[in-house]
Ligand binder design. Sequence first.
Ligand SMILES: [Fe+2]
Ligand SMILES: [Fe+2]
Length: 286
Amino acid sequence: MKPTAGGAAQLLAISDLHIGYPENRALVERMRPVTDDDWLLVAGDVAETVADIRWTLDTLAGRFRKVVWVPGNHELWTHPSDSVTLRGVARYEHLVELCRELGVTTPEDPYPVWEGPGGPVAVAPLFTLYDYSFLPAGCATKEEGLEYARGTGIVCNDEYLLHPDPYPSREAWCRARVAETERRLAELPGELPVIPVNHYPLDRHPTDVLWYPEFAMWCGTTLTADWHRRFRVHTMVYGHLHIPRTTWHEGVRFEEVSVGYPREWRKRPGTPGRLRRILPGEGEER
Ligand SMILES: [Fe+2]
Ligand SMILES: [Fe+2]
């Protein structure tokens, strides 16, 4: 790993904080920037309730120069434990308003440009959801995939809690988000590299190592499979899979930056809740 220049600002990332777990809340309480100018990218799954999301983003926004957030599926759940009962787009818009109040950047804002070490790079918070196109082997349609998943018992809670209102389905919401996001990314200056931040990987390859491959249906969309080639992607930052690691795909670095549940991070070596450095790049010497 290259040493960071003394005092140079860092672009850091984390996701899947799941602070409903007290152990994970404690990790957030300890999270600090390395320098006064560090940015933090938060790639979704902060918590299920608006109160917990507010606490987390408020805490982090008070410590980092800039915090960028994208929604995970857990933020979009209408969870029975939340006093906020909004569904679908209305819930998402409520969270965007909350972020505006806290000074946190969302997918609805202009893409900020990181001018620190490794820059200039546009940071593009994305919200593209999923459309069941990452089908299990041997399945040709969403219906076949879901039937298979019901057979194995691996069905994402989104089926019961993530409402697409006013869209007729989560995949319709996904298609609308993908079209709008594609339009915005295409407007970026051609020479400017971009770091997309999305809860889901833009390419399917990270799901190849899932313990339950059928879970991939809730992990992204094939509609974004060529974006890392089309949009000068420097590094693709994502979470959701709870398999933190770095992969290289067609010359592009993909970083899963998730913390995950205590039962998951306790088994891993290293410091739990460690912020992942995106720029200057770990592993760029490869
Ligand atoms: Fe998660
Ligand atoms: Fe997730």
